[in-house]
Design a protein around this ligand. Structure first.
Ligand code: CA
Length: 227
C-alpha cells in the first residue's frame, strides 16, 4: 500500500484529500503543520508527501529542505497562489511537482501516481538510455532522436534542453534551472530564449503543437516531459 502524508492546514481540503486518497486505496496520514509533519515523516516514512506551501508554523519551502536532508520522498506542492517565487523556490529545493488550487482530485491523483512511479523506477541509471514515447524515441547515449522512421536533427541547445527534461520524466523543471543549466544564466531576462527553443523542439517532436502531449508548459513555472 502506498502511504501518503498530507500536510495541510485547511480542514475542509484535508477531509476531501483523505477521503479521495482512501477511496483510491492509499494509506493516509494528515497533519496541519510543518513540525509535526517532519516528526511523522521520520517515524512513519511516507511514499509521497502532499504539502501545502502556506502553513501556520513553518514555511513550506523549509519543510521541503528538511525532508530533502534525509530522504528522496516525492513531494507534491499545493499552492493557492498564482505562479509565484515561492513555488519556484519549492521546486528549486527539490519539490517534485506543483499543483495550483483549485485542482481536480483526478488531476491530483494522476500527479501522485506519476511521482510515486518515478521514484520506484529510479535509479534511471545505466540501462535506461533509451526513452520512448508514442511519437518519438530518444537514445541518450547515441544522442539520437528518431521520429517515425526519420532522424530528427537537433541543435546542441535543443538537445541539452530535451535531455534535461526527459531524464526527469513527469517532473516540473523550472525555467531558472533550465536557463542555468543550458545558458549558464539565472536571470529570468532570458526566458524568451527558452520559449523560442522549446517552440522549436515542439515543432520537431510533437504531432500537434496545439495539443502538446510530451513537452508540457507550466505557465510561469517551467516545463515538464510526459512519456
Ligand atoms: Ca494553508
Amino acid at each position: 500500500m502506498t502511504r501518503v502524508l498530507v500536510v495541510e492546514d485547511d480542514p475542509q481540503l484535508v477531509r476531501a484529500l483523505v477521503i479521495n486518497m482512501q477511496v483510491r486505496r492509499y494509506e493516509v496520514d494528515a497533519v496541519s503543520d510543518g513540525a509535526p509533519a517532519l516528526r511523522l515523516a521520520a517515524a512513519r516514512p511516507p511514499d509521497v508527501v502532499i504539502l501545502d506551501l502556506g502553513l501556520p508554523d513553518m514555511d513550506g519551502v523549509d519543510v521541503i529542505e528538511a525532508l530533502r536532508g534525509r530522504s528522496r520522498v516525492p513531494v507534491l506542492v499545493l499552492s493557492a497562489r498564482q505562479a509565484s517565487d515561492e513555488k519556484v523556490a519549492a521546486l528549486d529545493v527539490g519539490a517534485d511537482d506543483c499543483i495550483t488550487e483549485p485542482f481536480s482530485m483526478d488531476e491530483l491523483t494522476a500527479r501522485l501516481r506519476a511521482a510515486v512511479r518515478r521514484v520506484r523506477e529510479t535509479p534511471a541509471a545505466p540501462g535506461t538510455t533509451v526513452v520512448e514515447t508514442d511519437e518519438f524515441t530518444v537514445d541518450l547515449l547515441a544522442k539520437k532522436v528518431v521520429r517515425g522512421r526519420h532522424d530528427v536533427r537537433l541543435t546542441p541547445t535543443e538537445w541539452r534542453l530535451l535531455e534535461i527534461l526527459i531524464t526527469n520524466p513527469g517532473r516540473l523543471i523550472t525555467q531558472q534551472y533550465l536557463l542555468q543549466e543550458v545558458w549558464g544564466v539565472s536571470q529570468s531576462i532570458k526566458t524568451n530564449y527558452l520559449r523560442v527553443y522549446m517552440a522549436q523542439l515542439r515543432r520537431k517532436l510533437e504531432a500537434d503543437p496545439a495539443h502538446l502531449r510530451h513537452l508540457i508548459t507550466e505557465p510561469g513555472l517551467g516545463y515538464r516531459f510526459e512519456g
